[in-house]
Ligand binder design. Sequence first.
Ligand code: SAH
Length: 210
Amino acid sequence: MRLRFDKTAKEKISQHPTLIRTYERDESENLTAYFARNHPLEVEIGSGKGRFIYTKAQTHPEHDFFGFELFDSAIVKGLNKTIKQPLPNLLWVRADAQYLSRFFDQNSLQTIYLNFSDPWPKARHEKRRLTHPSFLSQYAALLNDEGHVEMKTDNHDLFFYSRDTFLSEGWTLMEESHDLHQTDRPNIMTEFEERFSKTGPIYYLKARRH
Ligand code: SAH
């Protein structure tokens, strides 16, 4: 699903520094204490247009949330939601999650969400998958004792690649479904999920490192 390049996005983003932070290439900043309180911290990597993390933040005021997204044209849609109705517990972060471990202290995150991540099907692009061992070791260091990763995808191959990688990297699967919408698990639909669940099942897993 390609998003039209939005040439007004960059300017809009620059006008709302309290709602969204931007970091070029390998720039970073420690955001662990951003909300300056002791709420559990939850991060979505690749938040796209932002419906999932916005809804999470709206329904969980006792947690603090960060939506990490690479592209202005996608994250500006989320930004528009918070311009209309600001949430005190959500920050948009336009940055490359490759550098996630520079943004947070070790043992500081409660949940990392991966929703409909790019599958990068070619073997030579394996390193770009957000469940490559190099990403999983960053997540392991960032998650706290009760911390976990939750992943949803419509992509069979990415799901089983990820499942295998979690297990071979020493993670424990806490939950798994090969057809999430047939379960009674509470679920917030993402934009991609709404589209892709029309043509096949949604895979889900929840994993912890310890
Ligand atoms: N979670 C959304 C979007 C899924 S598409 C939904 O389910 O609707 C995957 C998104 O991940 C894209 O918007 C892409 O730009 C973003 N993304 C991919 N790699 C990323 C990275 N390294 N850091 C931040 N965002 C990334």
